[in-house]
Design a protein around this ligand. Structure first.
Ligand code: AMP
Length: 400
């Protein structure tokens, strides 16, 4: 994090061909409609900056996980191109390439004029992307004179459009875009010098993915609130019967270590005191609000209960900085979404600086109608966790 991240403002880009790695991995509904276009909107600043400088702009992004070599329509970026065109409010159409490295894309690139925008197809249609393949990266690099990375959400991955491609640009021809600059600086500032009390709210399904972040957070925060599926590993570590709730048995020891470290360091550690429990992972079943002491051995907890919501609200009351990653329950199902919605409302109502990280959590905040109340919603869940863990991000390293 130490040295300042160079941004596109530091480069001379006038009239040049600029390759911008974006993160257009937006959620879509069952009909293929984009349900949340924040990631596209967040990219506009950098794109407009380039348009105003008469650049030829080549945009690239991955979209979900297609099988390499198979151009399936559901993974196509065509809907993104349409939305981007609407949002950019430019007259000329956006060029949409039919492929990533040819034959169509380079032909369209060659026909571009100043201020034109070309969107390549899903980078992951090509195996070289995730393999960080040099030959593939060289073909991508051939599109442009300048490389800009504005895909904070993908920066924790060592992929060709994030890492290998940067080898083909010298220091004066590569930089971060505005979105990435903002995200990185924001996280660094909060982690280095937070206004206290500083509270971390951590939820979601897996302890494993967040263990290191949790361990690292203990050295920085005053309170930790745990919800979601990951709470059950901690509850089981404390000896509670958690039934068939999501538990990572091999991490129970680590969970115990985290709790005793929290105690040693004076970090207040909060777990749910009650849950919304059901006999199966479904909405169409009996549901009970139960204290964590009373989960039947064949039931599972799918959301935090109302008492936990109140307890967590009390714990958040005096917070000055809150960082939130991971829903409190299976929020995708209405019946188990109340804990997450209430958490969103409660965080939004504090006077704290509030940072929301991760696609799911951002989605919760959006659904709860609190997006405008949060100080900062990060587009990159995995990447922001890595920053919290103080792990170098390949995408940032590559720009140095
Ligand atoms: P993550 O990707 O680790 O942030 O986890 C997000 C996912 O966790 C969401 O899809 C939720 O449905 C899921 N989740 C949250 N709480 C639970 C729970 N109690 N049991 C199972 N899954 C959960």
């Amino acid at each position: 994090m130490g040295n300042r991240l160079k941004t596109i403002k530091d480069l001379d880009i006038d009239g040049k061909r600029v390759f911008i790695r974006c993160d257009f991995n937006v959620p879509k509904d069952e009909f293929g409609n984009i349900t949340d276009d924040r990631r596209i909107r967040s990219a506009l600043q950098t794109i407009r900056y380039c348009i105003d400088r008469d650049c030829k702009i080549i945009l690239a992004s991955h979209y979900e996980r297609p099988e390499p070599g198979k151009y399936e329509e559901k993974y196509s970026l065509v809907p993104v191109a349409k939305r981007l065109h609407t949002l950019l409010k430019i007259k000329r159409d956006i060029f949409m390439a039919e492929d990533v490295i040819g034959p169509d894309a380079p032909q369209k690139a060659a026909k571009m004029e100043a201020g034109d925008v070309l969107l390549l197809e899903n980078l992951r249609y090509e195996a070289g992307e995730t393999e960080n393949d040099m030959a593939f990266a060289e073909k991508l690099a051939a599109y442009a004179d300048i490389y800009v990375n504005d895909a904070f959400g993908a920066c924790h991955r060592k992929h060709a459009s994030i890492d290998a491609i940067t080898k083909f640009f010298d220091a004066d021809s590569k930089a971060a875009g505005f979105l990435m600059g903002k995200e990185v600086n924001f996280f660094s500032k909060v982690l280095e010098d937070p206004v206290r009390p500083f509270v971390a709210v951590v939820g979601g399904s897996k302890v494993s993915g967040k263990l290191q972040a949790l361990t690292n957070l203990l050295t920085k925060v005053d309170k930790v609130i745990i919800g979601g599926g990951m709470a059950f590993t901690f509850l089981k570590a404390l000896g509670y019967e958690v039934g068939s709730s999501l538990v990572e048995d091999d991490l129970i020891e680590e969970a115990t270590t985290i709790m005793s470290r929290a105690q040693e360091m004076g970090v207040k550690f909060y777990l749910p005191v009650d849950v919304v429990a059901a006999p199966e992972f479904s909405e169409n079943t009996t549901v009970k609000f139960l204290p964590v002491q009373e989960i039947p051995s064949d039931w599972m907890g799918l959301d935090i209960g109302p008492a936990s919501t109140r307890l967590f609200r009390e714990a958040l009351n005096d917070a000055q900085t809150i960082i939130w990653n991971g829903p409190m329950g299976v929020y995708e199902m209405d019946r188990y979404s109340k804990g997450s919605m209430a958490m969103s409302n409660n965080i939004a109502q504090t006077h704290a600086t509030t940072i929301v990280g991760g696609g799911d959590t951002a989605d919760v905040v959006q659904r709860a109608g609190d997006a405008d109340e949060m100080t900062f919603i990060s587009t990159g869940g995995g990447a922001s966790l890595k920053l919290i863990e103080s792990i170098a991000l390949p995408g940032l390293e590559a720009l140095k």
